[in-house]
Design a protein around this ligand. Structure first.
Ligand SMILES: [Zn+2]
Ligand SMILES: [Zn+2]
Length: 254
């Protein structure tokens, strides 16, 4: 299995997961042209993508999904709640609903979804499983739950939200209502929460860890890196960051 990011943050998210001849895009928060350009940086063309999985209806995860799947004639997977929240956007798409507690297969990849507390209709995040290794993805979550810990334990790679630094958010320029939303139990994870979550997981098989969905206003890559590195007792250089403009290159799992 290998994975890469087209970009990560509040202005757009998309992650590519590849196993065998199967390639899945998790979320599509960029325009069709932008998605194609970013796929090109990874040596991919749009027709290389077999399916899109959407985690929730927020624009930074979904705004490009309908144009992409309709144009490419591929299926899009989401929870029934996300489907309901998207109105008529996917009317012309081949939309498959999944139960956020039940694994489902897309060609060579088994996907284990799990529900997360976030201010969307029925948000879910995913663990990707190729039969040998697992990749756990967690962004857009207000509070880690015991179920989330179970799902992410034992993964070979983790993409983990480090949305904000508590102090930078508190003293930063956002209006109080937005600060409250981000910091709520249904908002986003701050560096310290992500680090505590990571420290509570079985990381005996962990090969790669990527900090994702960093706020460009309320966080810095250095702060996210050092929080996760402390949790693993690792060096900050061993923590990767998926950025808004560049995403991140391929990471291979053995
Ligand atoms: Zn988001
Ligand atoms: Zn969200």
């Amino acid at each position: 299995m290998r994975f890469a990011s087209l970009g990560s943050g509040s202005r757009g998210n998309a992650l590519i997961v590849e196993a065998g001849t199967t390639r899945i895009m998790l979320d599509c928060g960029f325009s069709f042209a932008e998605t194609c350009a970013r796929l090109g940086r990874l040596g991919l063309e749009p027709h290389h993508i077999d399916a899109v999985v959407v985690t929730h209806e927020h624009d930074d995860h979904m705004c490009g999904a309908a144009p992409f799947v309709i144009q490419m004639k591929i299926p899009v997977y989401m929870t029934p709640g996300t489907r309901a929240a998207t109105g008529r956007k996917f009317k012309r798409a081949h939309c498959v609903c999944f139960d956020p507690h039940a694994p489902f297969q897309i060609r060579d990849l088994l996907i284990h979804p799990f529900p997360v507390p976030h201010d969307a209709r029925e948000p879910a995040q995913c663990v990707f499983d190729d039969g040998a290794v697992r990749l756990g993805v967690l962004t857009d979550v207000g509070t880690p739950t015991p179920h989330i810990r179970n799902m992410l334990s034992g993964c070979a790679a983790l993409v983990l939200e480090c949305n904000y630094d508590e102090e930078l958010l508190r003293t930063g320029p956002y209006p109080p209502s937005l600060k409250a939303r981000i910091g709520s139990r249904y908002g986003h994870l701050q560096n310290g929460d992500s680090a505590r979550l990571l420290a509570s997981l079985d990381v005996s098989r962990l090969q790669h860890i990527v900090a994702a969905h960093l706020s460009e206003t309320n966080n810095t890559p250095q702060l996210a890196r050092s929080a996760l590195a402390d949790a693993l007792r690792a060096h900050a250089d061993e923590i990767h960051v998926a950025t808004q403009s560049e995403g991140m290159p391929w990471f291979e799992l053995r």
